[in-house]
Ligand binder design. Structure first.
Ligand SMILES: *Cc1c(COP(=O)(O)O)cnc(C)c1O
Length: 471
């Protein structure tokens, strides 16, 4: 399998070449040259496989530069009941007639990002050992991504993590999750500033090509193809649990921010998994909902990005969206470049409302969308507690609300649960008046010793810290 760039760069690459890279050299995103097709006989064979073996089957279609036995071993040690809490790994439960919740957040950091990041940690360790190389991952986090990356990379050979976060601005639980890690290769850097300062520092360091090369700086952001690929697996696993046979359509609703999660659903659908509808659920930051309703994609400025109670969906621009638009415009790289480089780069928007392609987003690709507010989240959390004795986190609540707006009789609707309520306790308290239950392994983590350095919002200070800690 070869990978190409959405912006038309002539080079073709193999999986392990793009594994440790971010964007393609022309600023595009990597995609496979084609989507392997899965027929009904294959679906029938996959239906009964344990999760790790299903992951191996799907990954094998996209990865041909890791020997199969090694890839199988990597999947087997990633997706274990010990790490993800159950035999099923992503158990499905019916909430009410036709509406299901697929549990994706029982991993080490209690958010669905573990599903991909845990695999990435093992793939990185494997590939770096094979090359005799090292990688220093530099990131900025306001919560979920940073902790998922740290728990995936802790103790891994050849990898160090330098994770910046805005000092004092994460929830006490999120801080405790990250800062209590005592592993030598994990470095928490609390920056005196806000999240944008952290992101600016990461950008500035990455733009210093000399420093980047010398200290082998890499990232694990959501545009990484391996992360997206790992997420394709749980659409198949959800489908098999929601149906008894492979001729029945299923729809999915996905709480969305950077469009990584739902883009994996798009890939599964392109492979031939019988997905009827992919519902994109957004909060007040509704760039994606606006596009699917109107055909206009209009990115927001930082000041127009709302701070909401589903903060992992607070985005002004969806970094993985370019992958879907590439397919929507028939993989025409020149067209894609005109939209993303000229129009979006120039005016901060593009408009497909008068284009035949826009109609295909719903018709041919099955996309629909909805938007929720803080009041909707509180109402959904209360209603789900009252009627089903089930607590959902604010992101999953956005999903449930959207799902109900797109139900079709006879078609199971699977809502992806993207985090556990304990991660967003303040909103649960606001809705219900009490704290959600905390898994036993997180009892008292706020009191554990913390491993974190405090640095000013200054690029040179962060560079100096990295240099000192990369012997
Ligand atoms: C990251 C995240 C999302 C958004 O996922 P995308 O892949 O960026 O669309 C939604 N909910 C939670 C809890 C998250 O951590």
């Amino acid at each position: 399998m070869n990978y190409l760039s959405t912006r038309g760069h002539p080079d073709r690459k193999r999986f392990c070449e793009i594994l440790l890279e971010g964007l393609a050299p022309d600023g595009g995103l990597y995609l496979p040259e084609h989507y392997p097709q899965v027929d009904t006989a294959t679906l029938a064979r996959w239906r009964s496989l344990p999760y790790a073996e299903l992951a191996f089957e799907i990954l094998s279609l996209y990865i041909d530069d890791i020997p199969p036995a090694d890839l199988k071993a990597i999947c087997a040690r990633t997706y274990t009941p010990a790490v993800f809490g159950t035999e099923e790994i992503v158990p499905l439960r019916e909430l009410e007639d036709g509406v299901y919740l697929e549990a994706l957040s029982s991993g080490p950091t209690l958010a669905f990002k573990d599903m991909a990041m845990q695999l990435l940690g093992n793939l990185f360790e494997y590939e770096l050992a094979r090359r005799g190389a090292e990688l220093n991952i530099l990131g900025a986090t306001s919560g979920d991504t940073g902790s998922a990356a740290e728990y995936a990379m802790r103790g891994k050979k050849g990898v160090r993590v330098f994770m910046t976060s805005p000092d004092g601005r994460m929830s006490p639980f999120q801080q405790a999750q990250m800062f209590s890690l005592q592993d030598e290769n994990i470095h928490n850097i609390a920056i005196t500033g806000v999240f944008d300062d952290c992101q600016d520092i990461v950008k500035a360091v990455s733009n210093d090509l000399g420093f980047k090369r010398k200290y082998r700086i890499g990232t694990v952001n959501s545009i990484n193809w391996a992360r997206l690929l790992a997420q394709v697996v749980y659409y198949f696993a959800g489908y098999f649990q929601a149906t008894a046979a492979n001729d029945k359509p299923v729809s999915f609703t996905v709480p969305s921010g950077n469009f990584g999660n739902v883009c994996a659903g798009h890939v599964a659908r392109m492979m031939g998994l019988p997905i009827q509808t992919l519902v994109v659920a957004t909060n007040e930051n509704d760039v994606l909902d606006e596009f699917f309703r109107t055909g206009i994609y209009r990115v927001r400025a930082a000041v127009d990005t709302h701070e909401t109670s589903s903060p992992s969906m607070d985005i002004s621009k969806a970094s993985n969206f370019e992958r879907f638009i590439f397919d929507l415009v028939g993989r025409d790289a020149a067209r894609l470049r005109a939209l993303f480089v000229e129009e979006l780069g120039g005016q901060g928007r593009f408009d497909l409302s008068a284009d035949a392609a826009f109609g295909e987003a719903a018709q041919r690709f099955g996309f629909k969308s909805s938007r929720s507010t803080h009041a909707d989240r509180l109402a959904t959390i209360r209603d789900t507690d009252k009627r089903f004795a089930t607590l959902v986190d604010p992101h999953t609540a956005d999903g449930l609300k959207a799902a109900r707006e797109h139900l079709v009789a006879g078609v199971p609707m699977v809502v992806l649960e993207t985090a556990l309520p304990i991660k967003f306790a303040a909103t649960l308290v606001e809705a219900l008046g009490h704290e959600p239950e905390r898994p036993a392994r997180f009892e008292g983590i706020e009191a554990l010793p913390k491993r974190v350095v405090k640095l000013p919002a200054d690029v040179e200070a962060v560079k100096a810290y990295i240099a000192q800690n990369c012997d």
